[in-house]
Design a binder for this molecule. Structure first.
Ligand code: TTP
Ligand code: MG
Length: 373
């Protein structure tokens, strides 16, 4: 059936999802847990549940949200460790710092998952596939953790794709792949299709996107209301939702790694003046001028130590950043500076998202380079 609604918007979206996130952090920090089935969760004697488990434990059938007592019955040698939420939040912040080296357009979904829009990036000549690979390599090198990625023309397909080569893999759906990809797509893979919805869909004989494609839109709306419309779009692989950065944005920043380390504060001041202009234009683009609550300066020294100095400030001016730079500089211990960053902290509305601080951005290149996925 030809589609009756035409909302085809092609972007380059990367969905990143860390592999067995809480468990991976535990194995990294306590290497004795490696090569052993482990889970992060509450204890079995207190009716605890499993938050997640490593891939060894998954082989025994252990899953997220399962009662710990049941998980231990499935896998008697399972080691269950308590969660360390503040550590996971810190790691999440670090992951976002990495993301911001590649794009400002980030929509966090949870501590370990985010959409990135790299449509306008000129990195790797605009190849989202290579950008995703680099982000994953960066996460592995910097944090010693693995991530999987899905690369696709929209959010819905990117999210499905990131699961397909897990762990430590990625899957690319190019615009040309969309039609054959959705042809066999089981409806339960569509985010938002839960158990109850799936049962209703099955009642109508709808199992794959191809089945839905054969239905008239009117009939879908009649049976499923508004959901029928989005089901119709998804079944053709369409999703025109933008990557929504505003929900959780808590800061706007700009930073630059210097071509050569700098050992004079006045050179830093000069670089800072250039960064300040870029910061102002980013604040303007984000329409965030009225929400500014503080200013910050970040320095990274030649020994890779990093320091940030912040100050409450509602209206940022270059002059406000100078004393912050001086204080950060005083922590150099004689080392030169390899990176300078400026940021403003924003007041946030109450958000339903997890408490994800967004770190400072780095310079991202944009261009009209040919589009490649
Ligand atoms: P997920 O990304 O769903 O799972 P995961 O990262 O552990 O494993 P995968 O490799 O399949 O992506 O969730 C991220 C973290 O959120 C997870 O490590 C623990 C936490 N979480 C819970 O606390 N309860 C839950 O029911 C789920 C699904 C996740
Ligand atoms: Mg994950």
């Amino acid at each position: 059936m030809a589609s009756t609604l035409n909302t085809m918007t092609s972007r380059k979206i990367i969905h990143i999802d860390m592999d067995c996130f809480f468990a991976a952090v535990e194995m990294r920090d306590f290497p004795e847990l490696k090569n052993h089935p482990i889970a992060v969760g509450g204890s079995s004697d207190r009716r605890g549940v499993i938050a997640t488990c490593n891939y060894e434990a998954r082989r025994f059938g252990v899953r997220s949200a399962m009662a710990t007592a049941h998980a231990i019955r499935l896998c008697p040698q399972l080691k269950v460790v308590k969660h360390r939420m503040s550590v996971y939040k810190d790691v999440s912040t670090q992951i976002h710092e990495i993301f911001r080296k590649y794009t400002d357009l980030i929509e966090p979904l949870s501590l370990d998952e985010a959409y990135l829009d790299v449509t306008d990036s000129s990195l790797h000549h605009g190849s989202a596939t290579l950008i995703a690979q680099q982000i994953r390599a960066d996460i592995q090198q910097t944090l010693n953790l693995t991530a999987s990625a899905g690369v696709a023309p929209n959010k819905f397909l990117a999210k499905i794709a990131s699961d397909l080569n897990k762990p430590n893999g990625q899957y690319v759906i190019t615009p040309n792949d969309v039609a054959p990809f959705v042809e066999t797509l089981a409806l339960e893979k569509i985010p938002g299709v839960g158990k109850a919805t799936l049962e209703r869909l099955h009642l109508y004989g709808l199992k794959t996107a191809a089945d839905v494609q054969k239905m008239e839109l009117d009939a879908l709306i009649k049976q499923f209301g508004k959901f029928g419309v989005s089901l119709h779009h998804r079944s053709f692989g369409r999703d025109d939702r933008e990557v929504n950065t505003s929900r959780t944005r808590k800061s706007i920043g700009v930073e630059t790694t210097l071509p050569e380390d700098v050992s004079q504060i006045k050179d830093c001041e000069q670089i800072m003046a250039g960064l300040f202009d870029e910061l102002l234009s980013r604040i303007e683009r984000a329409g965030a001028g009225a929400r500014i609550a503080k200013c910050g300066v970040k320095l990274k020294f030649s020994d890779f130590r990093q320091t940030t100095v912040e100050h409450q400030q509602a209206a940022p001016e270059l002059e406000c950043f100078k004393p912050l730079l001086a204080e950060a500089w005083s922590r150099s211990k004689g080392k030169s500076v390899r990176l300078i960053g400026l940021s403003v902290g924003l007041q946030t509305e109450v958000s339903q998202q997890l408490d994800l601080p967004l770190p400072m951005a780095s310079n991202t290149q944009h261009s009209n380079a040919p589009r490649r996925l």
